[in-house]
Unconditional design. Sequence first.
Length: 474
Amino acid sequence: MAEAASYDVVIIGGGPGGYNAAIRAGQLGLKVACVEMRDTLGGTCLNVGCMPSKALLHASELFEVATKEFPKLGITVGTPKVDLSQMMAQKAESVTGLTKGIEFLFKKNKADWIKGKGKITGQTPEGLGQVEVTAADGTVTQLTAKDIVIATGSEPTPLPGVDFVEGKVIDSTGALSLPSVPKKLIVIGAGVIGLELGSVWRRLGAEVTVVEFLDKVGAGMDAEVATAFQRGLTKQGMTFKMGTKVTSAKVAKDGVVLTLEPAAGGATETLTGDVVLVAIGRRPYTAGLGLESVGIETDKRGFLANDHLKSGKDGIWVIGDVTHGPMLAHKAEEEAVAVIEYIAGKAGHVDYDLVPSVIYTGPEVAWVGKTEEQLKAAGVDFKKGKFPFTANSRAKINHETEGFVKVLADSKTDKVLGVHIYGPQAGELIGEACIAMAFGAAAEDIARTCHAHPTRSEAVKQAAMGIDNWTMQA
Ligand code: FAD
Ligand code: NAD
């Protein structure tokens, strides 16, 4: 058998967690390999997640703007039409550009990509971690490492009673490459994926019904924002069946027939669609990883626990979707940098209280910090400043007045505890709230910071001014 290639760090998984860790390790002069079994680097996010979904959100939004807004703005372009194969082709091209970009960054930072499925096989007598990589053609490569980082990510959670059937009952990956616009799309789960991809297909012409178990959309967002958000999506033509569970799905000749039941139990009904998207969450992926060889166990929900990213076994670390915390690319990236800095003896740092969330619908929803409900539950005495986009001059001029900014601050100290935005470019605006909160800002700090006029960001300043009731434009 060929001698094992030895590394300082071997990372298993080439998604935002794994590839950022590999690049950071290269930057810090560590000898690093990243094991990835897909044909391309970038993981879920670049291949079948963040990036292709944003490509379709962007294209479908422009289609809707061209159809509905252009005439109002005095622009005549004839009747816009969707060329779905071109829309998919530009998405694929962007994704390829991004995944190739990661390959380039690997080369630049001297990180090796070992193609194949990685399995931890134990420890050498000297205490080095062992990883066996099996390539698609069956070739096996042995690696050893002082440190192993598990960054194997997640996969869609299946719904019992609702089996996936290609093109009919699909997960998010299927919904990113439908060959035609379905007449009726049913989405199970009013979370991030359901509302983003539901928006894509509604804009392109599908009748979209969203079935949600809870009474609130948006998986964990502030309740006042969730109510406004659901109202906005309903106005756009999305139909919601809230407080409802799906108990079975049957593929019939004329579509997929779902059986629904109130979440609390009760009379059943059926709902038929051409395509059903199951988007009820994602679960950690550790299949075939060889955890048993080093005595690491998953918790009841399949996650790997961590303490400052340590797995509990010397020299084995865990980051990204496979471990606890929000399943977000930027959370995985923060952990990637921190884990390599810990390994290199530096002071890594992740502030889990300041991981922003963004839903890239039209308009967007974004938030960071605590919701009103969380503050109330924790008994925190807080003040609230709120500013509507109807009173923001840039939003008005652009005819984008849906939504508001809400700032929550400690009543005594004025420290900003949460910022919630439902409105145009919320995902970009939340960046200033993240920076302010990272520096421990008071609401007055934001309120007294000069913001350019006319910009949507003035709505953030005005909401902060609202904490002490000196909002000027509303
Ligand atoms: P992953 O990206 O899942 O990468 C893990 C990689 O490990 C995979 O490529 C897998 O092939 C590989 N792997 C697993 N096991 C092995 C093994 N044994 N050997 C070799 N390779 C292995 N997040 C956001 O922040 N913003 C968004 O806009 C956003 N949009 C999304 C849209 C969709 C449709 C989906 C599904 C997800 C979205 N996410 C978004 C979530 C985001 O994709 C994940 O949080 C992120 O990819 C997690 O990164 P990761 O590195 O932990 O795991
Ligand atoms: P999610 O957790 O965001 O939402 C799942 C929704 O399904 C919840 O509202 C939940 O109540 C509902 N649900 C659960 N079981 C149900 C059932 N049996 N019947 C009906 N409804 C049910 O999960 P998701 O939308 O699948 O997304 C998965 C992950 O991917 C999330 O953690 C998210 O962070 C990440 N993601 C992020 C982005 C982004 O940052 N913009 C985009 C897409 C995905």
